[in-house]
Design a binder for this molecule. Structure first.
Ligand code: ATP
Length: 518
């Protein structure tokens, strides 16, 4: 898979995404709208495949997980109960010289990442120096420079954790100053005070201004699940432990919207709330941590591209939280969160709605409020991870000359087109024969058809959008009913009889083969 740490690869990925119909800036003809994006024809196909993989892994593989689709608009009290009205804030700080706005916690996290990369550099240098005999564990626990960096990291993290927990904005500002953090644009340390900023968008429902009600665009899909807890429990007759899954849009007025579709103001989440017996939450927390990492690993991306990152500060509702981080071209960043949300949400909704949100456990013969383990992944971030991992640029020999070959190594199950069918030439009955191949495949797979330009150019076009297999109908096809199949990743070619194609593709692109690995 692509080593996406190559310098300057990110701008290439972004322009590739636009040029080949994956992602366009929103309102492009008006010069875009910051942090909002549209998905093009290939983008929506890839996105739908990611959704299907997640949905099947949740609701099809687990007979105790059911899905819902709740509305984006909810009663305003939902966000009071969830704590979002009072606590869904990010600490923001402006640089007075560049006038750029930053999240104070992100500035500090980036500072910690820099210190960590200094440690990594020391390790790499020492590895080179000592060769075979190098003992990394001993080196990082004894080298004075590494120890100094580690101490600094610990100090910054513990001061940041305390400041965030106490909502002490002055302490955050002092920490930014003590770390001597400079604005990446102006290079100055001329910072404003740190202030809290609520991330929810609001709008009004009702046509008459006086009677209009302020409502919010949901900043997470999870609350739609909690407020339907009783409805689902009664209609589906599930027993604890059971889960409710949902995919849908969420909206956040992000302070700093950068890094393409990594941080958007309108995005999609795939969330699952798993309701468990109080006291059993840590067991299920560990279970879902493992399950979710398996889901990622089944895709065959680089093993080292993932790591767990425990939260320094758990959200107001959680007693344990971890992120699955993916190594984006701009560093390891959160891709998915797994949170133990206790009984916070159901209890708060019970209080504010006056409805009893409890479960009668027949085995224990008692009522209780279930505890909740949540898994929450950003669909757009998963899309970005897939694109980054798939973008491949290789040096190849072409008639004695070296040239670059760019292609998208998208896992076949996610590819917008599973295959392409080409007649070698546009005459002599080959297009008609190719159409026969199309007809044999199109009811089960997304298949592209192309007959213009040379075969080489057609292969390249399919490579650039990640089509894993191309079938070419040539003169031999008319004689023996075989076609050439060319594989995207290896460019290897072999002959296959037309009768075999369907099952050949099906083995390689089906959700079942990947779901078996989860
Ligand atoms: P971050 O720390 O990056 O702001 P978060 O911890 O606030 O993220 P959660 O509230 O845990 O994120 O949301 C769950 C998932 O939703 C995240 O792991 C991420 O994949 C996705 N997500 C959150 N905010 C955004 C956003 N602005 N744009 C795209 N995806 C997002």
């Amino acid at each position: 898979m692509a080593d996406n740490r190559e310098e300057n690869i990110f701008p290439k990925i972004i322009s590739h995404a636009k040029e080949y119909g994956f992602i366009f800036p929103s309102s492009d003809i008006y010069d875009g709208l910051q942090a909002v994006y549209d998905y093009g024809p290939n983008g929506i196909a890839l996105k739908n495949n990611i959704k299907t993989y997640w949905w099947k892994a949740m609701t099809q593989l687990n007979e105790n997980i059911v899905g819902i689709d709740s509305a984006i608009f909810m009663h305003p009290k939902v966000w009071k109960a969830s704590g979002h009205v009072d606590a869904f804030n990010d600490p923001l700080v402006d640089n007075k010289d560049s006038k750029k706005r930053y999240r104070a916690d992100v500035l500090l996290e980036d500072h910690v990442a820099k210190l960590q990369s200094k440690i990594d550099k020391e390790v790499t240098k020492a590895k080179k120096r000592f060769g075979e005999s190098f003992d990394e564990a001993q080196f990082v626990s004894t080298n004075p420079r590494v120890l100094k960096y580690k101490e600094k990291i610990e100090e910054v993290e513990s001061r940041m954790k305390k400041a965030l927990e106490d909502e002490d904005m002055e302490a955050l500002k002092k920490l930014i100053e003590d770390c001597e953090i400079v604005c990446p644009i102006s290079g100055s340390r001329n910072w404003t005070e740190v202030r809290q900023f609520n991330l929810m968008f609001s709008t009004e429902v009702g046509s008459v201004a006086e009677s209009a009600n302020k409502i919010y665009l949901r900043p997470e899909t999870a609350q739609g699940i909690f407020i339907n807890f009783l409805n689902v429990l009664h209609s589906s007759r599930k027993k604890v432990p059971f889960g409710i899954a949902q995919i849908g849009k969420a909206f956040r007025n992000e302070i700093v919207a950068r890094q393409f579709i990594f941080r958007m103001r309108e995005f999609e989440q795939m969330e699952m709330q798993f309701f468990v017996r109080p006291g059993e939450e840590m067991k299920w927390y560990e279970h879902w941590k493992e399950q979710r990492l398996n889901w990622h690993k089944a895709l065959g991306f680089r093993e080292e591209a993932y790591k767990f990152h425990d939260h320094l500060k758990t959200a107001h509702y959680a007693n344990a939280a971890v992120d699955i981080e993916y190594q984006f071209p701009f560093g390891f960043k959160e891709l998915e969160g797994i949170h133990s949300r206790t009984d916070f949400d159901l209890k708060s909704h019970e209080e504010l709605s006056g409805k009893k949100l409890q479960y009668f456990d027949p085995e224990e013969n008692r009522n209780y409020t279930p505890y909740v383990i949540e898994t929450s992944i950003g669909l757009d971030r998963m899309f970005l991870a897939t694109l980054c991992e798939s973008y491949t640029c290789e040096k190849v020999q072409d008639g004695g000359k070296e040239k670059e070959r760019v292609y998208l190594k998208i896992p076949p199950v996610f590819a917008p087109f599973k295959a392409a069918v080409f007649p070698l030439v546009r005459k002599e009955g080959l297009p008609e024969k190719a159409q026969e191949v199309m007809d044999a495949l199109k009811f089960d797979f997304e298949v592209a058809y192309e007959e213009k330009e040379s075969i080489g150019k057609r292969y390249t076009r399919q490579d650039l959008i990640g089509t894993p297999y191309c079938f070419t109908v040539d003169h031999q096809t008319l004689e023996d009913n075989t076609v050439t199949v060319r594989e995207r990743d290896t460019t290897n070619q072999q002959r296959l009889s037309i009768e075999e194609i369907h099952s050949w593709i099906s083995q390689r692109v089906s959700f079942s083969s990947i779901l078996k690995k989860v």
